[in-house]
Design a protein around this ligand. Structure first.
Ligand code: SF4
Length: 450
């Protein structure tokens, strides 16, 4: 977290969950009327303290701080163009902070506070056009908070308002996901547009457009709808939970199967399972209980931790499962490690048949836009056919939602999406050469756009 009292910026950050890093004593030392915060999910740049955010640079009147959701695709080229020595910056976010710092006017004791007012905004207008990839930034100097969404809008960013009270004026809030506004009593105003920069200055909000018009091409990450976003988040004007239910409903039409119970894999598979059960006319039941104190295994950094993680994370409800033919709905399969362990658990609990239904198309290409995915060689759907996947996972049948059905379920006509991890169509050039011709023998009808 970084807080400004108008004169100084205080940054407090550490490794770990928010609740372990901050306590009442530490929070009481953070005084000010402006703040930004970020829980970093490491992709580019290692998971180290040095890369914890917000990133601070001590330039201008009181310095500035930056937090970044996403992943740049031209980090190396930008560093080279700026003649930076290797090791000067520790991540793509750190690089942007460094470039912004270099774009500030040279220190000059003659410059007044008023002269400094637009330093950060002007540095952003100069540097942002050079930056490529996925980035939703929030920044702060002593007097203002700024939000920026990249020209493709890969990652979400929304604006909310806190109404004035007897003791405080109107307040403005930026957040990746709209539920963050709800918990502090702010009203959702709108999503920032791709390529928009919003400057919150005192009680006012202004918009700027730092990017050339030809770069504007909305490509919101389709996986935000499938897995990443909280279900109560609003994206493209729709609540994610409703989209997930519709994914399940459409999935039920694709490969009907006789079964006794439909169950979802907690948490993100549950809304799709409810939709599936409704459309298929099969009773919905709970088959797995999630330990709420364990994080997402997808994010666990090693294979061993992920395999162990599923047993710690999910526990079967044996009485509900025993003797039943179950349809299990999950949102996606990446490596298959957790799915395989989960299926074994269901069989050990007495399930007589396990039919796996996935509420997204096969995940077959790595993401370079801010989601930590393995190499192609580790993506199950990139190296095996659906029949081989069913055999590997020990399920009686498997079916993936088609891309057409996924887009239909999201129900945002005319909206643009990134679906590169499903199709290999990368909307922004990626920094490595990967085999884009599909080597996996997955039949087109099973996964691809018609
Ligand atoms: S590649 Fe996939 S996960 Fe990455 S931004 Fe695109 S849709 Fe999202």
């Amino acid at each position: 977290m970084a807080v400004s009292d108008g004169d100084h910026i205080t940054v407090m950050k550490d490794m770990g969950l928010v609740t372990t890093v901050f306590d009442e004593r530490k929070l009481s030392g953070l005084r000010g009327h402006l703040a930004i915060g970020h829980t970093r999910y490491s992709t580019a740049g290692s998971s180290d303290w040095i890369n914890a955010q917000p990133v601070f640079r001590g330039v201008g009147q009181a310095g500035f701080v930056l937090a970044h959701n996403g992943n740049l695709t031209n980090t190396a080229a930008l560093a080279e163009a700026a003649s930076m020595l290797p090791g000067l910056v520790s991540s793509d976010s750190d690089l942007v902070a460094e470039l912004l710092g270099q774009a500030f006017p040279a220190d000059d004791p003659e410059r007044t506070r008023a002269d400094h007012a637009l330093d950060l905004e002007q540095a952003l207008m100069a540097i942002l056009p050079l930056v490529e990839g996925a980035f939703s930034f929030v920044l702060m100097d002593a007097d203002r908070v700024i939000g920026v969404r990249d020209p493709n809008g890969f990652r979400p960013l929304c604006l909310g308002r806190l109404e004035a009270t007897d003791t405080a004026p109107v307040g403005w809030v930026l957040a990746s996901e709209s539920p963050a506004l709800d918990v502090i009593g702010a009203t959702f105003i709108r999503e920032l547009e791709p390529g928009e920069m919003v400057i919150i200055d005192g009680t006012e909000v202004r918009s700027e457009r730092p990017f050339a018009a030809e770069r504007l091409d909305p490509k919101l990450c389709i996986f935000e709808f499938v897995y990443f976003a909280r279900p109560d988040t609003t994206l493209y004007g729709n609540e994610v939970h409703g989209a997930r239910r519709r994914m399940g409903q459409l999935l039920a039409t694709q490969r009907p199967v006789e079964a006794d119970m439909v169950m979802g894999v907690p948490d993100s598979g549950v809304p799709a399972a409810e939709g599936y059960a409704l459309a298929a006319g099969i009773p919905y039941g709970q088959g797995l209980v999630k330990n709420r104190y364990i994080g997402r295994t997808f994010i666990a950094p090693t294979q061993a931790e992920r395999a162990l993680g599923v047993r710690r994370k999910l526990n079967p409800l044996r009485e509900n499962i025993s003797g039943k033919r179950v349809v299990v709905v999950d949102d996606s399969i990446v490596r298959g490690t957790t799915t395989r362990a989960m299926v074994t658990m269901l069989r050990e609990s007495g399930a007589t048949e396990v039919h796996l239904r996935i509420s997204s198309p096969p995940f077959r290409w790595p993401c370079f836009y801010g989601i930590d995915t393995p190499d192609r060689s580790e993506l199950l759907a990139a190296i095996k056919t659906p029949d081989e996947i069913a055999e590997y996972l020990k399920v009686d049948s498997i079916e993936y939602l088609t891309l057409d059905h996924l887009v239909e379920a999201i129900d945002a006509p005319g909206a643009g999406f990134c679906d590169a991890c499903l199709t290999g169509n990368y909307p922004v050039p990626v920094p490595v050469t990967i085999e884009l011709a599909d080597p996996s023998p997955v039949p087109a009808a099973a996964s691809d756009r018609a």
